[in-house]
Write a protein that binds this ligand. Structure first.
Ligand SMILES: Cc1cc2nc3c(=O)[nH]c(=O)nc-3n(C[C@H](O)[C@H](O)[C@H](O)COP(=O)(O)OP(=O)(O)OC[C@H]3O[C@@H](n4cnc5c(N)ncnc54)[C@H](O)[C@@H]3O)c2cc1C
Length: 356
C-alpha cells in the first residue's frame, strides 16, 4: 500500500501553499480535496495583503508583517515554477480614515486633496485619506498557480473525496479515511477551512463567516484606460480592488450565516452605490457577477496552527479574513514544524491545544 510523509486535508490556499513548500523540502505529499482545489474561501477572496490593517490582533502582527515581506519572493518562485502569475499589484492602498483614526503603519502617509487627485484621479470622495504600502493578488490565479506548481513538483491529489476521519492506530494518526478509501501517512494536516470541525476525531473549532463580493467590468466599448483604478481603496462602507485585466471587485460583508452562500442583490446594489460615491466612473461599470464565500474563523479570531493532542495530527486553519495574506508564512512555519525544525515564530498563541 502506498504511504505518504504527509496527507493534507483540503486544497485551499493554505493546503496548497503547504503542500508546495513541503514538497520542496523533500517530503512526499498527498492533498485530499472534497471538491476541486481552491474553489471555496480562496476562490471567493478579494486578495488584499492588508498588513497595515489596524484590526489585526496583536498576537498575529509579527506573522502578518513577515508574510507581507516574503510575498514578492513567494510569488517570484511561484511564477518561475508554475509559469503563471497571481497578479501581484503593489501600487498600494488608499484608505479613508475615521475622525479618531491615525495611520498605523510604517511608510503610510496622509494625503491632501491635491495629492489624492494626483495619486488616483477617478476618486471624488473627500476626507482623511491616507496611502498605505500594501499590495494585492488575484486569489483565483494564486490558487491555480499553487496547484500547478505543486502538481509539477510531484504532489499527489485526490479530488472529489471528502475526508470523514483521521485514522488512528496505537494512539497515533496513521492517515485519513474517505467514504471509499484509506490513505496512509506518517502525518496528517487539517487544512479544511470552514469545514475543519467536521473531521473526526478532534474537530477544529472553526466556523464559517460569510462574505459577499460584486465584480464589475467596463461597459462594452468603454475606454478602459479612463476607468482604470490603480489602488485598492477602503472606506468604511466598501472596499474596491482593481485587477490588472480591468475588473473591479467590491466587497465585502462579514456575516454569521452558517454555510449559506447565497448572494443578496440588495447588498450588491449597496456596494455599487457606495463605490460610485468614491469614484463616479465605477457607477458607469457593468455588474459582471457576484458571489459569496465562507471564511474559516476560530473562537478567538486567531489561526489554528500546530500539533494537536493526537501524535501525528496537525492543523493549519482558522485564517479568517487573512488566509490569502498569511499563506506564505503559514506554509513556511508549518513546513518547519512538520520536518522537525524550530519554526521561525513561536506558535504557542495559535496552538490547537488552546481550546482544550
Ligand atoms: C469574501 C471574502 C473576502 C476575503 N478577502 C480576503 C483578503 O482580501 N485577504 C485575505 O488575506 N483573505 C481574504 N479572505 C479570507 C481567505 O479567503 C481565507 O482566509 C482563506 O481562503 C482560507 O484558506 P483555506 O485554505 O484555509 O480555506 P478554503 O479556501 O476554504 O479551503 C479549504 C478546502 O478544504 C476543502 N475541504 C473541506 N472539508 C474537507 C474534507 N472533509 N475533506 C477534504 N477536503 C475538504 C474545501 O473543499 C476547500 O477546498 C476573504 C474571504 C472571503 C470569503
Amino acid at each position: 500500500m502506498k504511504t505518504w510523509d504527509v496527507v493534507i486535508i483540503g486544497g485551499g490556499v493554505i493546503g496548497l501553499a503547504l503542500a508546495w513548500r513541503l514538497r520542496h523540502s523533500g517530503a512526499s505529499v498527498l492533498v485530499v480535496e472534497k471538491g476541486e482545489p481552491w474553489r471555496e474561501a480562496t476562490y471567493a477572496a478579494a486578495g488584499m495583503i492588508a498588513h497595515c490593517d489596524p484590526g489585526t490582533p496583536p498576537a498575529l502582527q509579527a506573522m502578518v508583517a513577515a508574510s507581507a515581506r516574503i510575498y514578492p519572493e513567494f510569488v517570484r518562485e511561484l511564477r518561475a515554477e508554475a509559469f503563471q502569475s497571481p497578479d501581484l499589484r503593489d501600487a498600494g492602498t488608499v484608505v479613508f480614515l475615521g475622525d479618531d483614526e491615525l495611520p498605523s503603519c510604517a511608510g503610510a502617509r496622509l494625503l491632501d486633496d491635491a495629492e489624492l487627485t494626483q495619486l488616483e484621479p477617478p476618486i471624488r470622495l473627500r476626507g482623511r485619506a491616507c496611502w498605505l504600502p500594501e499590495s494585492s493578488v488575484d486569489p483565483r490565479k494564486l490558487g491555480r498557480a499553487l496547484e500547478k506548481a505543486a502538481r509539477t513538483l510531484g504532489v499527489d491529489f485526490v479530488t472529489g473525496a471528502a475526508v470523514n476521519e483521521v485514522a488512528v492506530l496505537g494512539r497515533r494518526a496513521t492517515g485519513v479515511r474517505t467514504t471509499k478509501s484509506f490513505y496512509a501517512a506518517d502525518k496528517v494536516v487539517n487544512c479544511a477551512g470552514a469545514w475543519a470541525g467536521e473531521i473526526k476525531p478532534l474537530g477544529m473549532p472553526t466556523r464559517p463567516v460569510k462574505g459577499q463580493i460584486a465584480c464589475l467590468v467596463p461597459q462594452p466599448g468603454a475606454h478602459r484606460a479612463g476607468l482604470q483604478i490603480q489602488h485598492v481603496i477602503r472606506t468604511p462602507e466598501v472596499y474596491i480592488i482593481p485587477r490588472s485585466d480591468g475588473r473591479i471587485l467590491l466587497g465585502a460583508t462579514v456575516e454569521e450565516a452558517g454555510f449559506d452562500k447565497r448572494v443578496d442583490p440588495e447588498t450588491v446594489r449597496r456596494f455599487q452605490e457606495a463605490a460610485a460615491q468614491v469614484a463616479p466612473v465605477i457607477g458607469e461599470m457593468r455588474l459582471h457577477d457576484a458571489w459569496a464565500g465562507l471564511r474559516p474563523a476560530s473562537p478567538d479570531d486567531l489561526p489554528i496552527l500546530g500539533a494537536t493532542s493526537l501524535p501525528g495530527y496537525y492543523a493549519a486553519t482558522g485564517h479568517y479574513r487573512d488566509g490569502i495574506m498569511l499563506a506564505p508564512v503559514t506554509a513556511l512555519v508549518m513546513t518547519q514544524l512538520l520536518t522537525g525544525h524550530k519554526p521561525d515564530f513561536d506558535l504557542a498563541a495559535f496552538s490547537p491545544l488552546r481550546f482544550g
